[in-house]
Design a protein around this ligand. Structure first.
Ligand SMILES: Cc1cc2nc3c(=O)[nH]c(=O)nc-3n(C[C@H](O)[C@H](O)[C@H](O)COP(=O)(O)OP(=O)(O)OC[C@H]3O[C@@H](n4cnc5c(N)ncnc54)[C@H](O)[C@@H]3O)c2cc1C
Length: 256
């Protein structure tokens, strides 16, 4: 089964044309396809690889023994609400962190020291359950190359509303314009936003794409921004930061 997705509407950065996407309803390898989630970290070119998306069968949450079992197509918002309702701890950082559990896990998404892998027990791929100890993960990076169908979390009780409010407050400096979150990963030495500002790119635009004047590491769409404009800005930023600071910026945004 396939469906046509208009990526300008689907992705959070509002870029991309219409492409056919395979809907996966059964666990399998699908190695010819690139799986996508909710499109909150994607920059889609005019010629992307073959794309696939998980069907609704992978949108579920339940508790079994001392584990929280979550289908990879479940959104962060749905999981957060579930945890609030059932007084479950640790997922407060998902407030205003958009995506589905597959995308969040692949990216080891998080905020400061709160990352999704802190709370994971294992993931399920077509090979079966893989314990966290057998997965390499670090800041915004994992070595997961297969489709994630399910994520198993360790269960702890005690939802903390104050913690959730703290996470929401930490997002005060985030621009409201369409973006894909942080454009670059933070290098060890300085934050990417600081470096972009120092090389004169805070608020800088090419056509309708810009590094936000509120937070330079957010590549924002001012209206009708295009893939080419986004790539030009990304390359310009990498060049300037390399020349000035000898630091090679790495994209956090996933370019397909
Ligand atoms: C306003 C805003 C704020 C953000 N803030 C943060 C933040 O604070 N911290 C942070 O970490 N991120 C942040 N992001 C980025 C984004 O929310 C995360 O990267 C999130 O994990 C993306 O999830 P998604 O479902 O949208 O994945 P997509 O963007 O669709 O895909 C991201 C990657 O995950 C892979 N993927 C998706 N589903 C699966 C699956 N089932 N199995 C295997 N691989 C899969 C894709 O191939 C791709 O490589 C922000 C984004 C926005 C728009």
């Amino acid at each position: 089964m396939t469906k046509t997705i208009y990526f300008k509407k689907y992705t959070s950065i509002h870029i991309g044309s219409k492409h056919k996407v395979k809907i996966i309803n059964e666990i399998g390898q699908y190695s010819n396809y690139t799986i996508i989630g909710r499109g909150n970290n994607l920059l889609i070119s005019n010629n992307p690889p073959k794309l696939a998306i998980l069907g609704d069968d992978f949108n579920y949450i339940f508790i079994k023994n001392d584990k929280l079992i979550v289908g990879a197509a479940t959104t962060s918002g749905k999981l957060l609400q579930f945890c609030k309702k059932h007084n479950i701890a640790n997922m407060e950082f998902l407030a205003k962190l958009p995506g589905n559990i597959g995308g969040l896990t692949k990216m080891n998404a998080g905020l400061k020291q709160w990352e999704i892998f802190n709370y994971i027990d294992s993931i399920k791929t077509y090979k079966g359950y893989i314990p966290k100890e057998n997965i390499d993960y670090t800041y915004r990076k994992t070595n997961i190359d297969d489709i994630i169908y399910e994520v198993v979390f360790n269960l702890e009780y005690g939802f903390d509303i104050q913690k959730q409010n703290m996470f929401i407050k930490l997002r005060d400096n985030q621009p409201n314009l369409p973006s894909a979150g942080s454009c670059f990963k933070n290098p060890k030495e300085h934050s990417a936003g600081y470096l972009l500002e120092k090389v004169g790119l805070k608020g800088y635009n090419i056509g309708d794409m810009a590094f936000s004047s509120i937070h330079a590491n957010f590549l924002v769409n001012l209206g009708n921004g295009t893939f080419d404009e986004a790539i030009k800005l990304i390359n310009l930023a990498k060049k300037r930061v390399l020349e000035t600071y000898n630091i090679q910026l790495q994209e956090e945004i996933v370019i397909l």
